[in-house]
Design a protein around this ligand. Structure first.
Ligand code: PNS
Length: 156
């Protein structure tokens, strides 16, 4: 049984995340999407709403579950949940440079490996912050966001 964790703050989840989670689910028997909260960070959505949006979006994917990760170490979360690997998407060399030190540190802490998936070309320009900015200024980002997220952004 191979179990992976896909971590993130998901503020909010977008189609680039969904694509990586779906591919992770085809590589692993189980995938836990871990919704993190860093209390020093300012989020647009409350932790409960970020979790709910992830649940509503990927609820139908076989073998995929969603859990809050809270404020602790990702490496500890993986150990506590019996995960063999962390799966992350890489959009560019900027992501690579940011991610490698964390991957090495996480392996040092608990032995958990990080598996990187090259982001699909359709989504390499996406980030939650860019989508929030464009949407808040009236731009159409409906191609990139799950329906539940669009609904909340339009009514929030
Ligand atoms: O979506 P984000 O905000 O880029 O997700 C970042 C996340 C949650 C993957 C990263 O901040 C993280 O791993 N946080 C948990 C705290 C931790 O373990 N820090 C040490 C990393 S080596």
């Amino acid at each position: 049984m191979r179990r992976a964790v896909c971590p993130g703050s998901f503020d909010p989840i977008h189609n680039g995340h969904v694509e990586i989670i779906a591919r992770a689910s085809s590589l692993f028997d189980e995938v836990i999407v871990a919704v993190s909260t860093n209390y020093a960070k300012k989020y647009k959505f409350e932790a409960a709403d970020r979790l709910e949006m992830v649940q509503e979006t990927i609820g139908g994917l076989r073998g995929v579950s969603v859990q809050p990760m809270g404020e602790g170490l990702l490496a500890d979360f993986c150990r506590e949940n019996g995960a063999d690997a962390i799966v992350k998407g890489l959009r560019s060399t900027v992501d690579y440079q940011y991610e490698i030190p964390m991957a090495v540190m996480n392996r040092h802490l608990t032995g958990v490996e990080t598996v990187f998936l090259a982001a699909d070309n359709r989504y390499t320009h996406l980030s939650s912050s860019l989508l929030k900015e464009v949407q808040s200024l009236g731009g159409d980002v409906s191609d990139y966001l799950p329906r539940t997220v669009l609904k909340r952004l339009n009514h929030g």
